[in-house]
Design a protein around this ligand. Structure first.
Ligand code: ADP
Ligand code: MG
Length: 475
């Protein structure tokens, strides 16, 4: 019996394959399983209710033509929806739904178990056991365009975002890829676009998700054997926002599934918004076919904000918090924190907190201490000068002493440690390290590195030096 169903279905597939896009065929027909054939009715099993609706909506004509060719005018089609029970019961259940009248194929009467309401589309955001049909957008309403201040550094990205929000899927900015360094506002802007779209088009399904969470959901879906449901869930989104796509680097499985979802959304005029800490050309280990998709739309960079923009971001933040601050302090903070808006905000928040908790007046001195903490925290390129300073401070000697020709043991050790860390933390050559640390040659530096290695495994006190200095240098 099932062999006959299989043959009929295979013939249908052959016809369908010739008449639709290969990608569509792969997505919508390969997952179907022919289950049985009774009289003129072919039962096919589809992975979800959504899948069934999609087939009815888009492929009913071709299904009808192909099936009529095989089974004659009286052909009937019965869908069997296979999906996992999401309400705690581990057994998968099966529900049959007669093909709708729209299809013009006479439907076969089937029993739908009374206690089984229509199974829902599996939503990876649903906490097991809790029914939740609506897709929550996961947007943060605090990240709006209104408080995303404009400047030369972000004008292109911001305006592209506004254009996309006005006509999601209807501009050539699809996908819109926002890229730039840490703390420059990628996440904020991505949310702002979503929030604005939700505002203008409440009926649209908008979803914000980090690439990391997306990857996790995908891995889970593979484990739970519902990869198809995962894909179908993402394919019904109108506006998909994926944050930090650089996270997909090297994750070929997730890239592959994202590729299919992306194509589907793009083909159907849905909007995709991506953020990344790198420009597409600098993304390594992202599949070429995916990279080329990223380049279809617009890649807009968020650059480091200029001084004026930094000042207006600070003023806006203070204004929203209802705090007043002297102009010169704002200037001081804006002048000294240049490369990261998050740090800019962090410094101003610390300042406010310090002054209100400790009832201290906000002075330039207080600003200086706080800014220093923030600036130190940014990964600064460790220089050989800096290493020498940290090591000599640690041993409470000055740099001249550290570099001197003396053979006093503790000074020699300090110098060797400086050389060791210079080798470890910079790209400088042995010769260059030697010439900067007391005009020594490369052999001396090599010897120093070996000595430090040996001593730290035999001498407890020395090992502690290495650990302490490492900590100081990694700040
Ligand atoms: P990224 O995702 O690029 O690392 P975020 O979007 O998390 O950066 O931004 C860091 C912080 O800086 C957030 O609090 C954000 O609100 C703020 N920010 C960044 N750019 C701006 C801007 N142009 N105007 C106002 N706030 C900004
Ligand atoms: Mg971010």
């Amino acid at each position: 019996m099932s062999i006959t169903a299989q043959t009929v279905w295979n013939n249908c597939l052959e016809f369908i394959k010739d008449n639709i896009q290969p990608q569509a065929y792969k997505t919508w027909f390969e997952p179907i399983i022919a289950v049985k054939l009774t009289d003129n009715a072919l039962s096919i099993q589809v992975p979800s209710k959504f899948f069934y609706e999609w087939l009815e909506e888009h492929y009913v004509k071709i299904l009808k033509v192909s099936l009529t060719k095989e089974l004659g005018e009286k052909a009937k089609l019965v869908y069997i929806i296979k999906m996992e029970n999401t309400y705690g019961n581990k057994q998968p259940f099966t529900e049959r739904i007669p093909s709708s009248n729209r299809s013009g194929l006479k439907s076969q009467d089937v029993d739908i178990p009374l206690n089984n309401k229509n199974p829902e589309l599996r939503n990876p955001f649903v906490i097991p056991g809790i029914r939740n049909v609506k897709i929550e957008s996961q947007l943060n309403p605090n990240y709006s365009f209104e408080n995303f201040l404009e400047g030369d550094s972000n004008r292109l990205a911001r305006s592209a975002g506004l254009a996309v929000a006005a006509k999601p899927g209807g501009t050539s900015f699809n996908p819109l890829l926002i890229f730039g360094g840490v703390g420059l506002g990628k996440t904020h802007l991505a949310h702002a676009i979503g929030v604005d779209i939700k505002d203008k088009y409440p009926e649209k399904t908008v979803l914000y998700i980090s690439a990391e969470k997306f990857t996790q959901q995908y891995i889970d879906s593979v484990k739970k054997n519902n990869r198809n449901d995962f894909i179908h869930f993402y394919q019904i989104i109108d506006v998909l926002i994926i944050d930090d796509v650089q996270f997909l680097t090297g994750k070929t499985g997730t890239q592959d599934v994202f590729f299919h979802i992306f194509n589907h959304l793009h083909q159907n005029g849905k909007q995709v918004i991506l953020t990344s800490d790198k420009a597409p050309v600098d993304m390594q280990d992202i599949e070429q076919r995916l990279l080329s998709r990223f380049k279809w739309g617009l890649s807009a960079e968020l650059q480091h904000p200029d001084f004026e923009t930094r000042v207006s971001i600070l003023k806006n933040k203070l204004y929203r918090d209802g705090v007043e601050m002297p102009e010169d302090i704002i200037d001081y903070v804006a002048k000294n924190i240049k490369t990261n808006v998050r740090e800019l905000e962090g410094a101003i928040i610390s300042l406010i907190a310090q002054s209100s908790f400790n009832k201290k007046e906000i002075t330039i001195d207080l600003a200086r201490t706080i800014v220093e903490k923030f600036v130190k925290n940014t990964k600064r390129e460790v220089s050989i000068d800096y290493i020498q300073k940290v090591v000599s401070d640690y041993f409470q000697m000055d740099i001249d002493t550290l570099q001197s020709k003396t053979r006093k043991r503790h000074i020699v050790q300090a110098r060797q440690l400086a050389m060791f860390f210079a080798k470890k933390l910079t790209k400088a050559s042995l010769a260059s390290i030697g010439s900067q640390i007391g005009k020594r040659d490369h052999a001396t530096v090599l010897h120093a590195c070996k000595t430090v290695d040996n001593l730290s495994s035999t001498d407890k006190q020395f090992k502690k030096y290495v650990e302490d200095i490492s900590k100081k240098l990694s700040v």
